[in-house]
Design a protein around this ligand. Sequence first.
Ligand code: GLU
Length: 474
Amino acid sequence: MGASMEKQTVVTRFAPSPTGFLHIGGARTALFNWLFARHHGGKFLLRIEDTDRARSTQEAIDAILDGMRWLDLGWDGEVVYQFARAERHAEVARELLAKGHAYRCYATPEELAELREQQRAAKQPLRYDGRWRDRDPSEAPEGAPFVIRLKAPRTGEVTIDDQVQGPVTVQNAELDDMILLRSDGTPTYMLAVVVDDHDMGVTHVIRGDDHLNNAFRQLALIRAMGWEEPVYAHIPLIHGADGAKLSKRHGALGVDAYRDELGFLPEAVNNYLLRLGWGHGDDEIISRDQAVEWFDLGGVGRSPSRFDFKKLENLNGHYMREADDARLADLIAPGVAARLGRKLDSADRDLLLRSIPFLKVRAKDINELTDGASFLFRTRPLDMDEKAASLLDEPGKALLAQAREALAATDDWSAPALEAGVRSVAERGGIGLGKVAQPLRAALTGRTTSPGIFDVLVLLGREESLGRLDDQLG
Ligand code: GLU
């Protein structure tokens, strides 16, 4: 660090504060930064903004790193920890002081409280009034604590040509002289962010638009140091489906919950987050390679995007169907084992893998896939759920008995041959195939939904299938 950037290389960063889990909005910010860097063949850096010592936790740091790895948002180089750089931040404050771009302010907390009171009473904006800005340092009270403030321009205006929001202008008179270094010598957030972005060579600051106001203050600091200004892109926040700011109730969960509780695949979450606030024509399903090829800041919308859980679920179903069978088998194996209460042996694993093509077409998420696979491993006699049990009434059992006979007489235990056998039962009784399939499904799986019944028979094999039917026929 410290080396100045090469002009051409794009450098982005994700700078979460580790005070909670990696939430879905943070993940989207990370994704946009990652894609922008990859699109331009640049670098994507990760900085943990852990300066709030009271609220930052190792657990949150771990959750952030884990979430990013799961989403496959790899960062370049080492993670930068902001707190560890406090001395460097202080050094910049002192440099600004030496250059005359900052000053010591000795105003006491009581004095400032009084100032705020007066401003409040006069219905003025609450701003530091610059009382130490032009005072001679010799007037400083001996040994009294002081903060270092930026000597920000007081006249004129600043315009940020934001890549998402467009040009945004603020009058300098609206910005007061912000604190850079507190009286205990610790840097403020504003100082730390600017110094770190500079030292890390960040060329593009892409973040939530709740930081847009900060950008004007940060720019004043950058200009005072004579540093290169980054390009800014402030992306609108995510709202719930009802238009209100996203909260837990709307699915603003940690990324880990999308994986562990909801059973989503990372590529589905990525695809969803990409589309949440960024568009490329009407494309909904966008692979990672396409995203890297297409991503730009021009495609980011200006209005808040609405979180649509149904859409995420649909995308997940799509990616489940596309996913490699072996990968899905590995993903559900722990859940299947937990439901069985035992380890899976190699025969179980083999059966699981063979069943995936039939199961994945009907599962929206990993939990459903796990549920769907459970019937394969249940021990006989199967426990029936209520609906399945009701299908095995007298007439149901009578059909089941005929089906069992036809199946037992089938030499070739393949789906077409088994279907021919069951079909003959239906035809003989002058009923539809479904009528026979229903009790059959109930007896074979203990449930009323499953993959195609002939696939179920093939997966279970002759012995297990006939055994399950016999259990019900008693
Ligand atoms: N640490 C800040 C946050 O988590 C982000 C700061 C930035 O991106 O400049 O909101």
